[in-house]
Design a protein around this ligand. Structure first.
Ligand SMILES: NC(=O)c1ccc[n+]([C@@H]2O[C@H](COP(=O)([O-])OP(=O)(O)OC[C@H]3O[C@@H](n4cnc5c(N)ncnc54)[C@H](O)[C@@H]3O)[C@@H](O)[C@H]2O)c1
Length: 373
């Protein structure tokens, strides 16, 4: 197996390292603009240090993948530099902050026959794949409506200044507030939904700032959004993101026969349950406990919980490396990344007055993982 090189050695890079280790993926080198951060990261993890971006791009093998784990404002420039140097790229979300930039990256990858994928990759994880299989198998009957929630609690009142990664990187709360919870988090369910149903035809959304002062951070993005997604071939979906409402990471697929539900978006091992709908005398209800749906085959390496997540962040890079080695299409395609970017930006930028927004990019549903067929 080839390996990956990391650009950006901050908070999330430590989560990637744990995941890359349990997945057996070699880390060939790392680079960060911040030399102190770079030194702390490379020393802790025993990773080779690259002192410039050029050094990374020269040392990187053609059959490897560059992981762009920089801040969102740097994604476009770093992704572009890597593609221009002829490397496959896995970018943290979002692919780019502007749709014109995302399209340019997509075009560049196509011209150079390179893979370009964007996080999140939990769509390749056990919980998402189990839910998708249950939907394909019609466990809840025909799906009619989906509610997906990504509410994180009233984050500006959390002790965010004390949150640190394993090698001591502070949680970048200023950047998180400026980028906004929709760009940061909507993808955790949008990827699952686009993976299951393919193209979102149109989006009707609203976004707002409901907490005026977020630890004095200037230029904060909306901290709340709600979107109604209309798929070309899928049920109408309501997606909510906030850093204000109490923590709620549920997804519920409401079908003719009952409800498929999962409580934890950020846990690859989260239980998927089917709550059968029934009539008892004059009442209608869904069974409160639900039957757990399980896949029969072994799935993928799991990582323990760190902070809010129990996610294997290496599932995406592993899928790319396998696709390169096997010379097959990658489930995390550049069409998938571009469509995800367009839908996410439509929700984030909706504000108070936008009407229905027709999407211009397209993407077919995703092939299930081999162990989830
Ligand atoms: N913090 C989280 O919990 C979390 C979880 C999942 C995904 N993410 C995503 O990961 C990405 C990084 O977030 P983070 O929390 O690690 O941020 P961070 O600020 O902790 O780390 C980013 C690092 O990138 C470096 N950097 C910035 N521009 C660079 C450039 N041009 N070249 C080289 N290095 C550069 C910075 O010096 C910093 O060390 C974001 O896209 C974020 O959405 C974060």
């Amino acid at each position: 197996m080839s390996g990956v090189t990391i650009i950006g050695c901050g908070f999330v890079a430590d989560l990637y390292m744990r995941s890359l280790q349990v997945s057996g993926i070699p880390v060939l080198g790392a680079y960060d603009l911040n030399t102190n951060r770079l030194a702390a990261f490379c020393h802790h993890w025993g990773v080779a240090r690259c002192d410039t971006l050029e050094a990374v791009l020269q040392a990187q093998p053609r059959d490897g993948v560059v992981l762009n784990l920089t801040n969102p404002s740097a994604h476009y420039d770093v992704n572009k530099a890597c593609l221009l140097a002829g490397h496959h790229v896995y970018s943290e979300k979002p692919l780019a902050l502007e749709m014109s930039h995302a399209r340019e990256l997509h075009r560049l990858a196509a011209e150079k026959s390179l893979l370009l994928a964007s996080a999140p990759c939990s769509v390749l994880g056990e919980a998402a794949q189990t839910l998708a299989k249950a939907v394909r198998d019609g466990v809840a009957g025909t799906p009619r409506l989906i509610y997906a929630e990504l509410d994180d609690g009233f984050i500006p009142q959390a002790p965010v200044r004390e949150w640190r990664s394993e090698t001591g990187a502070p949680w970048p709360y200023e950047d998180e507030f400026q980028v906004g919870c929709t760009l940061e988090h909507a993808g955790y369910y949008l990827t699952w939904l686009i993976g299951m149903f393919g193209t979102v035809k149109s989006v009707t959304a609203a976004s707002a700032s409901v907490i005026p002062d977020k630890l004095g951070v200037q230029g904060a993005a909306p901290d709340f959004s709600v979107a109604t997604l209309f798929f070309e071939n899928g049920p109408v979906t309501r997606l909510t993101c906030s850093i204000a409402a109490p923590h709620d990471h549920r997804i519920r697929v409401i079908g003719d026969a009952g409800v498929l539900a999962l409580q934890k978006a950020w846990d690859n091992g989260a239980a998927v349950r089917f709550h059968r709908r029934m009539r008892i005398r004059r009442r209608l209800l869904e069974s409160p406990l639900g039957r757990r749906i399980k896949l029969r085959r072994p799935t993928h390496p799991k990582v323990g919980r760190w902070g809010a997540a129990s996610m294997n962040f290496a599932l995406g890079p592993a899928e790319m490396l396998a696709a390169i080695a096997e010379k097959r299409p990658c489930r995390l395609s550049s069409d998938f990344a571009l469509h995800l970017n367009e839908v996410t930006l439509a929700v984030q930028n909706a504000g108070a007055t936008t009407g229905a927004q027709e999407m211009t990019t397209r993407c077919p549903p995703m092939e299930p993982m081999p162990w989830a067929t």
